[in-house]
Design a protein around this ligand. Sequence first.
Ligand code: S3P
Length: 669
Amino acid sequence: MSRTRSPLLVRGVVRAPGDKSISHRSLILAAMASGPTRIRDILASADVQATAGALRAMGAEIPALSDDFIVHGRGVASLHSPASALDCGNSGTTTRLLAGLVAGLEGRVARFEGDASLSRRPMRRIAAPLADMGAHIEFEGADGHDGLPMRVHGRPLSAITVVNTHASAQVKGALLLAGLASGSGVTVREPQRSRDHTERMLQARGVALTVAGEDVVLLPAQTVNAVDVVVPSDPSSAAFFAALAAFADEGVLRLENVCLNPTRTGAFDVLRRMGVRIDVEDERTVGGEAIGTLVVHPASLQATAIGGQEIPRCIDELPMIACVAARSVGETRITDAGELRVKESDRIRAVVENLRRLGVDVEELPDGMRIVGSQSSLSGHVVTHGDHRLAMAFGILGAVPGNRITIDDPACVSVSYPTFWRDLAQAIGPASPDSDQEPAVTSRPKPLVIAIDGPAASGKSSTAQWVAQILNVHHVDSGAFYRAITLLALGTGVAPEQWTPQAVLAQAHRITWRLTERSVLPLVDGTAQDEAMRDAPVTRQVSRVAQMAAVRHWVNDQVRAAGAATDVVVDGRDIGTAVFPTAALKVFLVADPWERARRRLIQRLGRRPNDAEIAEETEALVARDALDAAQSAPAPDVITIDTTTVTQEEQVQRIVALAKATRDRLRGP
Ligand code: S3P
């Protein structure tokens, strides 16, 4: 029997998070300025956290990143050598811009480290011109490898003119920051203009900088005025949703607050050429940058050619454009894009291999690729190599009706767009109850969330694990996130009594998660820390951390992100109310306090407790229930299961039956 495909309907407004390039620069320039800089709507992603952490290590007072905060800059001279290596994580921009800054600060030394992907990326492009200015840079890896670890020694620098063979805003930014920090003039010439946020932001801060043709000329200067920033939405993030709208059969997506700086909007021009109607509304200038709302319509997509001058204007969007090309009529050629090979992954090879794995006719070129589009269904498993833009590009392609695409590492989106999966689910999700539109019918089944809540010692965690195993879906243990952040808080050396929510949350960027076969596994600095997380010191302090509202908020966001990426069974307090109010199935486990006390004691003591022991434990549980009453009130649409007189196995089977019925109702048997 052939099944007709349901149409893809998009709706609503997407407000992509803050622009990554502007976010990095707003922190660096705030730290270099003398005086307070108020920063709003910064992108609080892993990459930007790496910049914040590195600047803190050099003495800058940067609070935990939030929607609205103030950096009290104390001038360039106040920045000192960091006591330990600067961990740049996955972020090329952090490394290159800060290497430029350190190079211009006489007497300062910093060692730069990064993850495996960043350590492979070439640094000679900044090291060579910085050395020509007089800085000293050592590569500490294998002979001839110009990547991290790298040690930068700041020296008095001399003026320089650099003619770059390719357009790079990171190289340009590094040289301008080096010149500014050392008070020397710098001229950078590029074959095409790369993104110009550094220039705009320096000019706005009173720095004498002129742009003449392809030359950017910085005159010797050393003061940076403090200027407040409101970070617009990142066009590179918004572009994924432009592609989603283009793929749709019906509806329209409004992409709000997008930075429309002409050095960044190449991808929208390419999409227009491929037949996509993109209207611009509400265009205005904020903080020296054009911003506006893009209204994107479904399209009948045509192939195109992308190369030459256009490449720097859409370099980060090329994986997305390749995925759009895979659904277009005709053959698309991307050329002059050799730079893609030295991004977070070799994006030419990785995109080609993944498209081929999905069944697309594609050819790898030295400096790009050739893609033959088709309308046939694509299915397969995408290997992201931890590259955020690959996860998102293929995530969008996976939303097309008929396609069945799984992604190996959905959580790597945290590098630039932590809420990507949630925003995707919303853009193709059902209408809100008060909407007058028809409910959306989508191809990508919305992940199934089964929420299990209940009072203390109701057995929710072991039940959830068991249910997930039988259903073959992922179990999310929100407690593991509390444990992971507690472990990091202990590592700061600050006495637990002195912990503030802000200080605890400042560690959050070191935690990511990964899907293992059965669970959502939190990672600390990229590795699983199961044992350390279960250790007594963490157990003693975890409830202190779990009581902090801001930390609960953060954990809830992690759990929601997992639930937006894959089918999950999740247990915990408030799961069916605050965390997943729209969960497909909500179960609330209850049991008589005496019975809960008895079970808990058997587990704890490993023997049958006597009545006096049970009575004492019951009293403690009743007291705890009263404290928790506000938190663990059941959701109105919850199914309550009284487990007092059933075995755990029976209780698990009941939930599994309910879950299967729910899944069939939503997706068909
Ligand atoms: C960036 C510059 C670009 C871009 C990167 C961010 C920046 O890199 O790909 O995502 O903020 O300066 P290149 O300078 O290597 O072209």
